[in-house]
Design a protein around this ligand. Structure first.
Ligand code: SAH
Length: 227
């Protein structure tokens, strides 16, 4: 899978993309991630990427031209399954959306800043808008990193243990059961006996039961098909 990310702050991805799972996915060549500085596609002496809003008001708006030129240069080389704009008013990112996107070959992710991007980019170029939650961040970079992580970890071969993404929360509309590791007794805080029993079927039953209980308690909406 190839992900092209358009941003005015490519340096913001240095941390999240050079550690852990995403780093491993890149090394194994299962994910190719390219960062594009929108400013490189700006014209004029000052290479402006933002301008004052028509109609007045506070805040700057990201201009069409540098974004359109950057996307056009990518489209000249490839077809893209989705051109995603990270936006607080987009579809809320959830596990089914991440699952679906993980089957794409090529996606573009566009990060906004300031007041957002000129609406015409959204109307004419963007194919999908994704939000990471009902709150406003300063830019689309952190949301794009979240989306990339959620998607890349699902690409077959990225996670060491193939089954581990399937047993994560939300995959079957259930939250994960509690997990424990050594020591079995820490100052009197004990691990449930069943997990030490070595009885695989009973352990699986207990885990499922705990998943259902936890989901009922913390996220009952998942069981009744609401969010
Ligand atoms: N004025 C806009 C917010 C702009 S925030 C509004 O009220 O809707 C600047 C940029 O940060 C946006 O263009 C978007 O790319 C990104 N962003 C902010 N919050 C986000 C969220 N919850 N999910 C995804 N992207 C977000």
């Amino acid at each position: 899978m190839r992900i092209d990310i358009l941003t005015i702050f490519p340096g913001m991805f240095d941390g999240p993309f050079s550690h852990s799972i995403i780093k491993r996915a890149k090394e194994k060549k299962l994910a190719e991630i390219h960062l594009h500085d929108i400013r490189d596609h700006a014209t004029g002496k000052h290479r402006r990427v933002d301008d004052y809003p028509f109609g007045g008001g506070a805040g700057m708006v990201m201009m069409i031209e540098p974004i359109e030129r950057c996307i056009a240069s990518l489209q000249a080389k490839k077809n893209h399954d989705e051109i995603i704009y990270m936006s607080p008013d987009g579809d809320l990112l959830d596990q089914p959306m991440a699952n679906k996107l993980s089957t794409c070959e090529n996606i573009i992710i566009l990060c906004g800043h300031y007041k957002g991007i000129d609406e015409r980019i959204r109307e004419h170029i963007v194919t999908r808008e994704v939000s990471v939650g009902d709150y406003v961040l300063s830019g689309g970079e952190l949301p794009a990193a979240i989306l990339t992580d959620a998607v890349v970890r699902l690409i077959p071969g990225v996670l060491g243990d193939e089954t581990s993404a399937l047993t994560d929360s939300f995959q079957d509309r259930l939250l994960s059961p509690p997990v424990y590791t050594r020591p079995a007794d820490y100052k009197g805080w004990k691990v449930p006996d069943i997990l030490l029993s070595g009885h695989d079927r009973k352990i699986a039953e207990w885990r499922h039961e705990q998943s259902v209980l936890r989901t009922k308690r913390k996220r009952p909406g998942l069981l009744s098909d609401e969010r």
